[in-house]
Design a protein around this ligand. Structure first.
Ligand SMILES: Nc1ncnc2c1ncn2[C@@H]1O[C@H](COP(=O)(O)OP(=O)(O)O)[C@@H](O)[C@H]1O
Ligand SMILES: [Mg+2]
Length: 539
């Protein structure tokens, strides 16, 4: 596993290629060098063999002329024992060994097809002169070392043919051959030694270059590339803050720099996308909440409208019989008082008075229902909203003081004149103030803020308290008639519904925002001009 991973590394491939090239080049260099060295040594040996051969030829010449065979024999034996000389022999034209360093072979015939003779005798007539290289041969001695043989033809010179012995007529050009054999053992040893030294130094050089280049590749290529690889892996894992620690100024350093820049850009883009999706998510959430609110609002408006219709019908239907009950009750009371009947039960008049009062109370409820159902008549006139607020506050001042409620008014100096039914707006405001006071049994702050929205011809009235707040689940119901959370019977549940009816009649809107134990804010929006639906009434 580790091995295959290592073999795949770029640095390893680079290193392997370098080493391969180095080994090939060095092998080639060594081969050429050794070849040259060997040929140089051989040339020396051949030259030495030539010199020895000429020396023998010249030193035996006189004895040969005088036909003093013993002298020749002596010279050959002496020179044949010289160091590096493997043997010297002279054979005649027919191939008979006339003289030899080894006495035992004297008189033997050499094989004319043997290597030494073949060079000249390959053609019918023996060559008189041959370049020295062609007169040499290399063969292995019986002792196992290499031997260089050099043949040297002994010419029939005029001195010879004219000699007193008359042994050779002048027509014969070559008298015999001098064969000198030089041992190549020392030369071969030298070559082997040189070979070994060269191999040793080549291995040393390759190892040194290998180690140095290996360390260089490891630190300059492998490590930075590895850091880059780790960097890319970190990015792919999503770690865009990862810093690649490559400080070199070479191509890898440049790559790391570009990489860091790319990461930075990627991070920016990623953050932008994330922010965008977050914004989008937020927007979608906001929009869906808005949609939900609008839907709830529509449902509420429809519900209120049908409740309004129902209330109007019931109120109108009850109004007449209620009127009858009240009128006849009053009549009965008057008649009973006029008749002044002796001994009649006084409690009758008392009961009739109760009927009268309860009927009046029902009448008021019916009136409130009619206001909620927007069925009551309205009296529009121009009024400064600040005055309406002040008057309303004055009417609830007693409640505020008893419950220890502080009032905070924020009313701009601007003209806040609106066209409205002052009494009804006052009634709506009072209902809201009373609710706030009731929500703060231990005191608190009632804050009234008027905010004109001049461009839109609207005025906002914000009524906030620091009371108990309204539970979220009942908020959709608080504007319904007869909805109350006041268990002790102190609440009839008509305050907000009447207020709602009044605001709607003025073509305004009312909304609530509340937090349990923190407080409630009612926001009323009223048009400053006469509501469109009411314009005809005033004209
Ligand atoms: N400022 C307020 N703080 C807390 N609850 C309120 C506030 N205003 C209205 N409510 C709630 O709305 C309900 C309806 O109010 P309303 O129509 O005035 O009827 P009532 O006051 O007779 O109960 C109240 O019973 C109360 O639960
Ligand atoms: Mg109320």
């Amino acid at each position: 596993m580790f091995c295959t991973h290592f073999l795949r590394l770029l640095s390893f491939k680079l290193f392997a290629l370098l080493m391969l090239l180095l080994i090939i080049l060095f092998s080639f260099y060594m081969y050429i060098n050794l070849k040259l060295h060997t040929s140089h040594l051989m040339a020396n040996v051949i030259a030495s063999a030539n010199r020895t051969s000429d020396l023998i030829k010249k030193s035996t010449r006189y004895s040969m002329l005088k036909n003093q065979k013993e002298d020749v024999d002596q010279i050959i034996t002496t020179l044949g024992n010289l160091q590096g000389v493997d043997g010297i022999r002279i054979y005649n034209k027919k191939g008979l060994i006339m003289f030899s360093g080894r006495k035992e072979e004297t008189g033997e015939a050499v094989d004319m097809k043997a290597e030494a003779c073949y060079v000249c005798h390959s053609e019918k007539i023996p060559k008189k002169t041959l370049p020295s290289i062609n007169r040499t041969r290399i063969f292995y001695s019986q002792k196992g070392y290499r031997v260089l043989g050099l043949i040297n033809p002994i010419d029939n010179e005029p001195d010879c043919s004219n000699a007193s012995c008359h042994a050779h007529p002048a027509s014969i050009k070559v008298l015999g051959v001098l064969d000198v054999k030089m041992s190549l053992a020392q030369v071969d040893r030298n070559i082997r030694e040189s070979e070994n030294k060269m191999i040793f130094f080549a291995v040393l050089f390759i190892l040194t270059v290998g180690i140095v280049s290996g360390v260089f590749i490891w630190f300059m290529v492998h490590n930075p590339v590895k850091k880059l690889t780790i960097g890319t892996q970190e990015i792919s894992k999503g770690n865009l803050d990862y810093q690649i620690d490559v400080k070199s100024k070479d191509e890898i350093g440049q790559l790391a720099k570009s990489f860091a820049y790319m990461m930075q850009e990627l991070k920016k883009a990623y953050e932008e996308i994330t922010n965008w999706s977050k914004t989008l998510e937020k927007r979608v959430k906001e929009k869906s909440e808005e949609l939900e609110r609008t839907q709830a609002h529509i449902v509420r408006v429809e519900k209120m409208a049908s409740l309004g219709k129902l209330s109007a019908t019931v109120a109108h239907e009850i109004n007449n019989p209620l009127g009858g009950i009240l009128t006849y009750t009053k009549l009965l009371i008057k008649k009973l008082e006029k008749l002044n009947i002796q001994g009649y039960d006084e409690s009758i008049i008392k009961f009739l008075k109760i009927i009268e009062n309860e009927s009046k109370r029902c009448g008021r409820i019916v009136k409130d229902l009619l206001v909620f159902a927007k069925s009551s008549s309205v009296n529009f006139q121009q009024e400064n909203l600040k005055n309406v607020v002040e008057k309303s506050l004055l009417l609830v001042n007693h409640h505020l003081e008893i419950k220890n409620v502080k009032v905070e008014k924020i009313m701009p100096d601007a003209d806040l004149t609106i066209v409205c039914d002052t009494n009804q707006i006052q009634q709506a405001l009072i209902a809201l103030f009373i609710n706030s006071v009731e929500a703060m049994p231990n005191g608190g702050t009632l804050r009234i803020e008027l905010i004109p929205e001049t461009g839109k011809n609207l005025i906002q009235i914000k009524i906030s308290d620091t009371g108990v707040g309204i539970k979220e689940d009942i908020i959709p119901n608080i504007f319904e008639p007869f909805f109350t959370t006041k268990k002790d019977g102190s609440g009839l549940g008509l305050g907000l519904s009447v207020g709602y009816g009044i605001i709607k009649k003025h073509e305004g809107d009312i909304a609530v925002d509340s937090k349990i134990n923190e407080g409630t804010t009612f926001t009323i929006i009223l048009p400053t001009d006469l509501p469109k639906g009411e314009q005809k009434v005033v004209e």
